[in-house]
Design a protein around this ligand. Sequence first.
Ligand SMILES: Nc1ncnc2c1ncn2[C@@H]1O[C@H](COP(=O)(O)OP(=O)(O)OP(=O)(O)O)[C@@H](O)[C@H]1O
Ligand SMILES: [Mg+2]
Length: 268
Amino acid sequence: MSKQDSATESKAILIVENASYEYRAVRKKLISRAVRQSALGNASMTISSGDAIGIVGSSGAGKTTFARILSGQLVPSSGVVSYLGTDLQQMSNENELGFRRGVQYVFQNPRASFDPRLKLGDSLLEPLKSLKILGNHQNIIDQTLIKVGLDISMIDRFSHELSGGQLQRMAIARALVVKPKVLIADEPSSSLDVSVRAQILNLFKDLTDDEDMALILIAHDLAAVAYTTKQIVVFSAGGIVEQGSVSEVLVAPKHKATADLIDASIGI
Ligand SMILES: Nc1ncnc2c1ncn2[C@@H]1O[C@H](COP(=O)(O)OP(=O)(O)OP(=O)(O)O)[C@@H](O)[C@H]1O
Ligand SMILES: [Mg+2]
């Protein structure tokens, strides 16, 4: 989220310029016109190595839509997303492979993101193979499991044999095995029991020490994001309304949406 001066632009990984997105609403009648509903308008962000950015905002503010645009899952209706200087829409196959390695996503619900028929070791091997990562895959998997705080013997289990917290660690490991440059996590602790949420946030906080990777953490809860990340971006009604360092945003919020989020956090 660094300012776009020449010094920071050189280490910019992902740049989103004026991205907008409209979902096509389902037609009520066959003859009625398809309605387009704006979910995101003119959102811009520059993500550089070492950034740890928390995205917050109320439900429906456009956070997931923006994250899906960042990760290439959605193509913006207007605006440009570029990875290491190349527009995602103009990428060669080789550049696209680099992008798919470089930008990884952790979903809210780990149960829904694993194939229940696969042993977890095979689930971790899959991205290494499909994204053509070189090296000793077993070593990479073992090191990554240790990094996320899991026992390496867990690769022999199936997803239903892990707790929610363990499985979310496994999902984070699966994202990390390919050594991404950007890790995007969309509400990664909100489906978990309250007792393990803090542990997962602590793991993300540890990951922010990696200066070679940028972390984007999305949450409703401003306190969770403020604890974990270095910068905060506030979304409201489909747009970015405020951004700054954690202390800037918490101490002197400029937008009502930010003040409301602070009040909601204090009310917990
Ligand atoms: N698949 C879809 N089809 C139509 N509208 C959608 C779709 N997904 C999201 N929207 C709408 O787009 C807007 C932004 O949704 P989005 O999921 O990005 O919000 P969010 O900030 O992630 O919310 P939450 O905190 O509840 O996850 C909302 O008005 C939502 O209803
Ligand atoms: Mg969402």
